[in-house]
Write a protein that binds this ligand. Structure first.
Ligand code: FHN
Length: 419
């Protein structure tokens, strides 16, 4: 029996509050350790690449350990690559033999992931790549129409399997629908039959959140490696690597790890635009998550334990952060996330709503608030040194929802008067 459709607002409600998710790129490509594009970038022939499956036996893989780290990091959901562009499935598929269940590992990692993350109270998402490099029809669908048809068929069948065999799934995270070659692929959703597959996914999982990478907008915009807000009311999530931007799967020698301040400020910037931050790890071939990633995630979790109320469930705030940082809000409360700590006094311009009090998150003592006629809000009595090296949050209670002055006369502030 068909279940009742949820509205956009209803199915996005948890996602909107979550703000922070863990992306996991893991598969055979972890073995060479040169990123998830290694098969294509090095043009490794299909049969040669497939031999990696004989070596894929991650004895230290422990989904509960991943889930434990995710909880400690403060994420509210995760998205795992059930199958990337190389076609290797971490799940049991009736329509492919190239799976972790039918090769050396003989394990359904997707099932283990779902069980552990659910048990830890997290929402679970599936990344699925439509394209599969093993099909000549991907590269030239006009020359290899049968192969292209089989690849599309595989997409339909495997999404059905993923939506049927693993209980409740919260996010369907498509990728790789782009097909650059051939006249028949101009219309991406038509080529893949995306509308039909998404309707099927919603029939099987009525609450599911679907991203915009099957050629159809669906629920979610997905800026990649940058934090750019969508229009108010539209769901969005910025996905990003912790290390180099060209590799999501394990890169053994990864020279560019982002710092904790960069990661936290990205998270806050996403929250300030009412979006989520989906931060990626690329576990090692043995299934463990390396220290460079673990330590950064744990540091973010520690920060969130003090400052999480300013992030989870937060909304846009129309106030200006100026040089200090960014604001989020919840009803009558504004949260000023200070990236560049100014010392004992913090000033923000053009605040229209009356401020009642302010205090640092994680501290008991209130700071002083003073408002000047032209809207300058002066918060004083703050510590000289930044309470947190990356982001310190000042909570400000207002008499109503915080609003900014409109500045009809752009020069009015010069006189120190309101307008
Ligand atoms: O090609 C992929 C890439 O490997 C990675 O999975 C990212 C994650 O968003 N998406 C693709 C590029 O857009």
């Amino acid at each position: 029996m068909a279940q009742k459709r949820m509205t956009y607002r209803q199915r996005m409600a948890w996602f909107h509050k979550a703000r922070f998710g863990l992306f996991i790129h893991w598969g055979l490509y972890a073995i060479p350790g040169r990123g998830e594009w290694v098969m294509f970038q090095e043009r490794i022939p299909k049969d040669q690449y497939a031999k990696l499956a004989d070596r894929f036996n991650p004895r230290k893989f422990d989904a509960e350990a991943w889930a434990d780290l995710a909880v400690k990091a403060g994420v509210k959901y995760a998205v795992l690559t059930t199958r990337h562009h190389d076609g290797f499935c971490l799940f049991d598929s009736q329509v492919s033999d190239f799976t972790s269940v039918k090769t050396r590992a003989k394990r359904d990692f997707v099932a283990e992931y779902v069980t552990a993350f659910r048990k830890a109270g997290l929402k679970v998402g599936f990344y699925y790549s439509l394209l599969d490099w093993r099909f000549p029809g991907y590269f030239d669908p006009d020359k290899h129409p049968d192969s292209a048809r089989r690849m599309v068929r595989q997409f339909h069948d495997q999404v059905r399997e993923l939506m049927t065999n693993y209980g409740k799934i919260d996010v369907l995270w498509y990728d790789g629908a782009w097909i650059a070659h051939g006249a028949s692929t101009k219309n991406v959703p038509k080529f893949w039959g995306s509308e039909k597959v998404n309707a099927m996914a919603r029939e099987l999982q009525p609450h599911i959140v679907i991203n915009n990478r099957s050629g159809i907008d669906e629920d979610l915009d997905t800026p990649e490696q940058h934090v750019t807000a969508s229009a108010p009311g539209r769901g969005w999530e910025s996905c990003m690597t912790i290390g180099d931007s060209c590799g999501w799967g394990c890169i053994r020698n990864n020279p560019n790890w982002k710092t904790v301040p960069q990661l936290l400020q990205n998270l806050v910037t996403a929250a300030a635009g009412e979006g989520n931050y989906l931060l990626n790890v690329g576990p090692q071939p043995d299934g463990t998550i390396r220290n460079e990633e673990r330590e950064r995630l744990l540091a973010m979790g520690k920060w969130l334990r003090t400052n999480g109320e300013a992030v989870y469930g937060s909304e846009r705030c129309p106030l200006h952060g100026g040089m200090l940082g960014a604001w989020t809000a919840k009803g009558h409360v504004g949260y000023l996330h200070v990236f560049r700590w100014p010392g004992e006094e913090a000033v923000v311009p053009l605040v229209k709503t009356k401020a009642k009090w302010a205090r640092l998150l994680g501290a008991d003592k209130r700071a002083k608030v003073r408002q000047e006629e032209n809207g300058r809000l002066v918060i004083s009595g703050l510590p000289k040194r930044p309470p947190h090296p990356a982001v310190s949050v000042i909570k400000v209670a207002f008499e109503g929802n915080p609003k900014a002055m409109a500045e009809k006369d752009r020069a009015a502030w010069l006189s120190g008067k309101a307008r």
